[in-house]
Every structure is written in structure tokens, then in C-alpha cells.
Design a protein around this ligand. Structure first.
Ligand code: PGA
Length: 255
């Protein structure tokens, strides 16, 4: 059985005070069953979120990192520093990193390796653009992204990581994929992992859907066989909305 995992990607939002209020409010609203909750705040808020989260059984994730441990890399943040702040997860290859900051599949692969080397659990983001979807290239694009990112990893690492399927056109657009379409791509991701490693690894790996997830549609994704969680941007910024999503998933997991 794969444990559901719901992650908040705050992107470049919230101040210290807002993050403190959020954590306090969320803790009061949560009715968390057997599922994992992760908050991914901007770098300066990681320590605060990790400290508050540890009291409530909530994990902390970074939104990005560099692959070197330390050195003359102005403006970058290392996996060593993330570990030092009690961070557990790290989002790698988010589409905003790829499209706004030019991150390549090869850089994504180096970051995934570095995350494992420091005992951080990567949340690898993959997904096609609207143009690629319209050209019928979705499966090929996603398989290639998974392939490059996971090449050279140990099966024992891969089975522990998370892959988030996030169609680029669905992110922040209010236009989510359908549960059925997202499930098909998640199945393709599992197939790619099975071909690269084994059926066992493919069965163990957890796959999230991300892109305009909100309380009203989260169960459409969670009820699909291949989808184990959600990576939530906009709708994760309000504690009541984020708690509503978690409570819905937890309620379903219990019954
Ligand atoms: P969204 O973002 O929920 O605002 O669409 C998702 C993401 O970018 O991870």
C-alpha cells in the first residue's frame, strides 16, 4: 500500500509572520489519518516551517537546491544546508525552474543524485507543455524526462522518491487535467520506471498530480489507481483550503 502524500508548494509567497500563522491555523484544522503532509516554503522560511511542522507531524520540503555541497556558488543553496534545517523533501525540476530559469533535464538529474547523497527525498516534477500535448507528444516527453532524471540511480533510492506529474498548461491556470488523463500519464510514468528498474520499484514509487488542484477536485485525482497524492500551489496558500484537501483525502483513506 502506498501512503498518500499531499504537498504544498508556496512558490515565492508568504512572510515570516504569515508562515507562522499558517502553521498554527493548519495544525488546528487537521484531521490527518494515514497520509504524509509536506510544506515547501521559500528558502528563508524553511527553518520556521520545519520547527513548527515537527510538532504536528508535518514534513518540510525545499522548492529547489543546487547539487554541490558547498563552494563559490553565489545565491545557491546546498543539500547540506537543507539537511541542517531538518528539511526532508526537495522539489526538483519544477516547470517554473525549467521554463523560467532554464533548468535542463541533465541539471535535474544531477540535483536528484545530490539529494539522495544527502538523504533528502526528491519530488521530481515532470510534465508536457500545451503545444506538446496538442502534438500528441505527452507520453514521449514525460517518459524522456523520467528517463534522464532517474538514469544511474539505485533501485532502493528510486522506490522511495516521489514523481509529480504536472502538465505545464494546468499549473496556475485553473484548468486542471481530468483524473482519467492524469491517471494515464501516471501509468506511463510507472511503465517507464518498470522498464528502467523493476515492476517492484514501479509499484512502490509514489506519483502525485499537480496543476490547479483545489478542495473541489482533489478527490477526482486521488480516486485514480495510479495517483498517490497532489502537489498543490495556489490552493495551498490558505490554511483552511489546504486543510480541507488533506481532511478529504484522510477521510477517504480511513473508510
Ligand atoms: P497550482 O500550482 O496548484 O497553482 O496550479 C501547482 C504547482 O506548480 O506545483
Amino acid at each position: 500500500m502506498r501512503t498518500p502524500i499531499i504537498a504544498a508548494n508556496w512558490k515565492m509567497h508568504k512572510t515570516t509572520g504569515e508562515a507562522q500563522d499558517f502553521m498554527h491555523e493548519l495544525a488546528g484544522l487537521l484531521n490527518k489519518g494515514n497520509l504524509e503532509v509536506v510544506i515547501c516554503p521559500p528558502f528563508p522560511l524553511l527553518g520556521l516551517v520545519a520547527e513548527a511542522g515537527s510538532k504536528y507531524g508535518i514534513f518540510t520540503g525545499a522548492q529547489n537546491m543546487y547539487w554541490e555541497t558547498e563552494g563559490a556558488y553565489t545565491g545557491e543553496v546546498s543539500p547540506l544546508l537543507l539537511k541542517d534545517l531538518n528539511v526532508t523533501f526537495v522539489i526538483i525540476g519544477h516547470s517554473e525552474r525549467r521554463h523560467l530559469f532554464g533548468e535542463t533535464d541533465q541539471q535535474v538529474a544531477r540535483k536528484i543524485k545530490a539529494a539522495f547523497a544527502h538523504n533528502l527525498t526528491p519530488i521530481l516534477c515532470v510534465g508536457e507543455t500545451l503545444q506538446q500535448r496538442q502534438a500528441g507528444e505527452t507520453m514521449a516527453v514525460v517518459s524522456e524526462q523520467v528517463n534522464v532524471a532517474l538514469t544511474g540511480l539505485d533501485p532502493s533510492q528510486v522506490r522511495r522518491m516521489i514523481i509529480a506529474y504536472e502538465p505545464v498548461w494546468a499549473i496556475g491556470s485553473g484548468l486542471a487535467a481530468t483524473g482519467k488523463d492524469a491517471n494515464e500519464v501516471a501509468a506511463q510514468i510507472r511503465k517507464t520506471v518498470a522498464e528502467m528498474f523493476s515492476l517492484k520499484v514501479a509499484r512502490d514509487i509514489r506519483i502525485q498530480y499537480g496543476g490547479s488542484v483545489k478542495p473541489e477536485n482533489i478527490m477526482e485525482f486521488m480516486q485514480e489507481a495510479e495517483i498517490d497524492g497532489a502537489l498543490v500551489g495556489g490552493a495551498s496558500l490558505a490554511a483552511d483550503k489546504f486543510a480541507a484537501m488533506i481532511n478529504r483525502v484522510a477521510g477517504e483513506a480511513v473508510s
